[in-house]
Design a protein around this ligand. Structure first.
Ligand code: FES
Length: 148
């Protein structure tokens, strides 16, 4: 098994489109070497960085935030377990927030979510006159706010 992978191999193994890999590289999130032909060659540990990027995006981190986190990894060697551990420890609250959002999503859209539509019967009780708007934009109760 080669330690240097072509962009097609990285794309197949990571499940991320080659165009997205080039984009990540332009943003400085991953790096490649150039073969004699000029084609990109990625060190195998890049797969872990890509997995990190994909999941960090799912958790809700922006590419800038992801870049800041990845910049904390050692530049001259493949990150070790404790390097990744240091990175993920800061995620705990973000992941907890995301889990709470997904739990609320799972409960469905049958209750008032405080979006301002006032279209459900229960809106008249839960959000009379769109009081939820005072909490800020968006579906306030879905985002974790409570009816006052
Ligand atoms: S569901 Fe939109 S304000 Fe109640």
């Amino acid at each position: 098994m080669s330690d240097l992978l072509t962009i097609g191999e990285v794309s197949r193994r990571s499940g991320v489109a080659a165009s997205a890999l080039r984009f990540y590289e332009e943003r400085g999130l991953i790096a490649s070497e150039r073969a004699g032909s000029g084609h990109r060659r990625y060190p195998r540990p890049v797969l872990r960085r890509i997995a990190f990027i994909v999941f960090a995006q799912r958790v809700g981190l922006t590419l800038d935030e992801i870049g800041t986190e990845l910049a904390k990894l050692p530049p001259n060697r493949a990150p070790r377990r404790r390097d990744w551990s240091r990175l993920s420890s800061k995620w705990t609250s973000r992941i907890d927030e995301r889990i709470a959002e997904l739990e609320r999503l799972k409960l469905g859209l049958t209750e008032c979510i405080g979006c301002g539509c006032l279209s459900l019967d229960r809106c008249k009780l839960s959000n009379p006159g769109d009081r939820a708007a005072s909490l800020g934009p968006g579906p306030r109760y879905w985002l974790g706010g409570r009816p006052t």
